[in-house]
Design a protein around this ligand. Structure first.
Ligand SMILES: [Zn+2]
Length: 301
C-alpha cells in the first residue's frame, strides 16, 4: 500500500511561526512530480489529504481522484490528536471531510492522524472515526516522535474491536525490529539512512501480504527544499527554519529514486483495494484498542 500525506511543507513551516501566506507554488510542482512517477509505474496510491490543503488547492485534490487514486483524510489543521479534546478532534475531522467532499465529490473512508499522533492518551479517537463511518485508520507507526505510543509496534493489518461489537481496521506502517528498536521501513524520511539493497531485502523478507509505505509530496521534490521565511521573521525563527531545511534536505535526492526502485520490485496498490482483499480473509485478528502490556495498566476507552 503506497500512501501520500498531502500537505504543503512550506505552509506548515510558516504556520509554526504564526504566518499565514498564500499556498506555495513548490507544492504544486511536487504533486506533479509524484503524479508523473506513479504514471510511469502504472500505480495507484492512497492520498491522505489535509483539509487546509484541499481548501487551498481544490483542483489539484480533485485531480487525485480523477487520476484513479484513493482520497483519504488527514484531518483539517494538522494538530496532534493527543493535544485535542475529543470534541475538537471530531470537529477537525468533520471540517476536513466537508471540504474534501466539496472539492473532490468523494467521502473518504480512511484516516491518518497528523504526525501519527493517536497514542495511549487519545484512544477515544478510534470510536469517533468509526462513528464518522471511516473503515480504516493508518496512524500506527513506530515513530520516535510519538510520546506514550501504543506498544508493542504493530507489523500487520488488524481489526480494532470497539464498543458494541463495532470494528475499525488498522493498517500500520511497515516496520522491522533492529536491536531493541523498531525501524519504520515504510517511512520515506527513513529511507535516506537505509541502503537500497538492504531496504528492498527487508521489505521482500517481510511476512505480510501488504506493506504500508508513506511519502510526502515535498520528499519527492527533485530540488532542495527552501524555507523562504519573510524578512520580518526573528533570528530564532530563521534558525529553526534553517535547521528543518537542513534535516529535510539531507540525502533528499535518494527518496524519489527509492520510490521508483520499490515500485519496480513491488506492486503498489491503494489501502481500500488491499482492504477489500484483507477483509475477505479470515486470518486478521481482532484486538482491543490497546495492546495488553503487563507492565502498564490498560486504558479504558
Ligand atoms: Zn501530515
Amino acid at each position: 500500500m503506497l500512501t501520500v500525506d498531502v500537505e504543503d511543507w512550506n505552509q506548515l513551516l510558516d504556520r509554526r511561526v504564526g504566518i499565514e501566506r498564500p499556498p506555495s507554488t513548490a507544492f504544486r510542482a511536487q504533486m506533479r512530480t509524484l503524479f508523473g512517477v506513479l504514471d510511469e509505474l502504472g500505480a495507484n496510491a492512497t492520498f491522505f489529504v489535509l483539509g487546509t490543503t484541499a481548501a487551498d488547492h481544490p483542483h489539484l485534490v480533485a485531480e487525485i481522484g480523477e487520476r484513479g487514486h484513493e482520497i483519504a483524510c488527514h484531518g483539517y489543521s494538522h494538530e496532534r490528536v493527543y493535544q485535542q479534546a475529543p470534541t475538537q478532534f471530531r470537529a477537525d475531522v468533520e471540517r476536513s471531510l466537508r471540504i474534501i467532499e466539496q472539492v473532490a465529490s468523494v467521502r473518504p473512508r480512511g484516516y491518518r492522524a497528523p504526525i501519527f499522533s493517536i497514542n495511549r492518551d487519545s484512544l477515544w479517537a478510534y470510536e469517533i472515526l468509526e462513528e464518522l463511518d471511516f473503515k480504516y485508520d493508518a496512524s500506527r507507526c513506530s515513530s520516535p516522535w510519538v510520546p506514550n505510543a501504543i506498544s508493542p509496534p504493530a507489523v500487520a493489518p488488524y481489526r480494532i474491536g470497539l464498543r458494541g461489537g463495532r470494528e475499525l481496521w488498522e493498517l500500520p506502517v511497515a516496520s522491522c525490529a533492529v536491536a531493541r528498536h523498531s525501524l519504520p521501513l515504510g517511512g520515506a524520511s527513513y529511507w535516506r539512512f537505509l541502503p537500497s539493497g538492504l531496504h528492498l531485502r527487508l521489505l521482500r523478507n517481510g511476512v505480510q501480504p501488504y506493506h504500508l509505505l508513506y511519502v510526502h509530496p515535498y520528499e519527492c521534490d527533485p530540488e532542495p527544499l527552501r524555507a523562504n521565511l519573510p524578512s520580518t521573521s526573528t533570528r530564532a525563527e530563521v534558525r529553526s527554519a534553517r535547521r528543518r531545511e537542513c534535516w529535510r534536505n539531507f540525502r533528499h535526492e535518494t527518496i524519489l529514486a527509492r520510490l521508483q526502485a520499490i515500485g519496480e520490485h513491488f506492486e503498489f496498490t491503494t489501502c481500500s483495494d488491499a482492504l477489500a482483499i484483507l477483509a475477505s480473509t479470515p486470518q486478521a485478528d481482532v484486538r482491543p484498542p490497546i495492546d495488553v502490556d503487563p507492565a502498564r495498566p490498560a486504558v479504558a476507552v
